[in-house]
Write a protein that binds this ligand. Structure first.
Ligand SMILES: [Zn+2]
Length: 463
């Protein structure tokens, strides 16, 4: 059978579409039945690039970047240095003083290297020395949370839900059942199929099984044949997308789950229906699947023959609950409201205060901080930067460790001994923790050298 575009049905010049734009995930998912120009490339200008740009700060915090680009997305930040405001475009956290000339917002002050400042000022009298390790720096980032409720966001979410559902069902042609959503994605007109989930309990349920910053997608079929896709975007907000009011006959997989993690790993579950998933799940507990594990005090203990991973045993019941609830109740909001804002801000705070300690994030930190010719690291007791302190502390632990060659296992061992992380390596930092980690390092008079040793080990860590 010939493959055709799921949007328009033409069979020429098909291409692989990134279901979620490449710049918004480290774990790519593709749909191969999308025509190259009209329904792949053009979406980028139509709505995707606006969303990507507005989410620059969040992708930076989660160490997510496009596989094609070298740099992380830029975002606007207002920095106050010794009481003077500077507006900057940043690509990362640690590049405020990287030789660039900073101009204050009111154009009365400039910051640069001493030599450069002398040249610009044409004389010593106008130049003042700043010790970057002792000054107070305050960084403020304005989060464009409006983007979460823009038409461009709704079009992108519709595209993700539609292309993902089609990919999981091997759809390779345009079906009339998808006319409504295709119309909305391609023109922005028609009924918006996206609504915002505002039950906090649902967020908490998904959180139990999903990593920090993951995208999670869940598809389910309602009575009457409507197919909905739930999208949890970075775990910040959950949206429901009505993909079709009437499921096409040959779309057979209607209980779907995908988690795309920031470390590029993923988890997938595919079943035809919730009933089938429940049956499979129940079979795990059927007597014929158990073998005797021994007799204790006259009682025979039974253990499952094929022990499914523990996480599935927890994940399935959560999915059943979430899907059952969303199939029968729709209390979704169409616009932001105080309830949704509260959910959003709490989750955003979690992301900005959590460090995901993994190879990618630590390598990035070391490359941006311990670049060739960088100055000796002196921790600034007056500035708060929770993420950077956790990273410095991780490098410090690597530096004092006897391990010379790093790999993922050794890294996790070093971190586990030095920090109390959650199982997946997320580490949420409050003020007390930050101060505690800082003072442990600063009490060691050789900490700058230890940091250099740790950084060298990270840099030698081959990909
Ligand atoms: Zn097309």
């Amino acid at each position: 059978m010939k493959h055709k575009c799921i949007y328009c049905g033409i069979d020429k010049d098909l291409s692989e579409s990134d279901i979620i734009p490449d710049a918004l995930t480290n774990a790519r998912v593709l749909n191969k039945n999308v025509c190259r120009i009209k329904h792949n490339n053009r979406f980028s200008d139509m709505f995707e690039s606006e969303v990507i740009e507005a989410l620059g700060f969040i992708t930076n915090e989660l160490d997510i970047k496009s596989s094609k680009g070298k740099k992380y997305a830029a975002y606007d930040a207002a920095i106050t240095i010794e009481g003077v405001d500077y507006n900057l475009k940043l690509h990362g956290d640690n590049e405020i003083f990287n030789g660039k000339v900073l101009k204050s917002s009111d154009n009365t002050h400039m910051i640069s290297s001493y030599d450069r400042a002398l040249k610009i000022a044409k004389g010593e009298s106008k130049v003042e020395m700043l010790d970057v390790n002792m000054i107070e720096i305050e960084k403020k980032v304005r989060i464009n949370n409006g983007i979460f409720f823009e038409i461009s966001m709704y079009r992108m979410l519709s595209k993700i839900a539609f292309e993902w559902y089609c990919a999981k069902n091997d759809v390779s042609d345009h079906y009339n059942e998808f006319d409504d959503i295709v119309g909305f994605i391609t023109t922005g007109n028609g009924i918006n199929p996206v609504s915002i989930v505002q039950e906090e309990a649902l967020y908490e349920m998904i959180d139990q099984e999903v990593n920090l910053g993951s995208h999670t997608l869940i598809a389910f079929e309602k009575h009457g044949g409507e197919v909905d896709v739930l999208i949890s975007l970075f775990g910040l907000l959950m949206y429901r997308v009505v993909v079709t009011k009437k499921r096409p006959n040959n779309c057979n997989n209607n209980f779907l789950y995908t988690e795309l993690r920031t470390d590029s790993s993923r988890k997938e579950i595919i079943h035809q229906s919730m009933e089938e998933a429940e049956l499979k799940f129940a079979q795990n507990f059927a007597p014929e699947n158990f073998i005797s594990a021994g007799v204790v005090n006259g009682v025979t203990l039974m253990a499952p023959k094929n022990i499914s991973p523990v996480s599935d045993m927890v994940l399935y019941p959560i999915l059943f609950n979430v899907v059952q609830y969303l199939s029968s109740v729709n209390e979704d909001a169409m616009e932001p409201n105080p309830k949704i804002n509260k959910i959003f801000l709490e989750r955003l705070k979690n992301i900005t205060q959590a460090s995901t300690l993994q190879k990618k994030s630590i390598k990035r930190f070391v490359n941006e901080t311990f670049y060739d010719g960088h100055e000796r690291i002196v921790l600034n007791p007056y500035t708060s930067n929770k993420k950077a302190i956790v990273m410095f502390y991780a490098v410090y632990l690597i530096g004092i460790s006897k391990e010379e060659i790093l790999d993922d296992k050794i890294l996790q061992k070093i971190l586990k001994e030095g920090l109390t992380c959650s199982a997946n390596g997320d580490f949420i930092v409050d003020d007390d923790t930050e101060n505690r980690l800082k003072s442990i390092m600063m009490k060691n008079e050789n900490y700058s050298e230890i940091l250099e040793i740790g950084a060298a080990k990270v840099m030698n860590w081959k990909n």
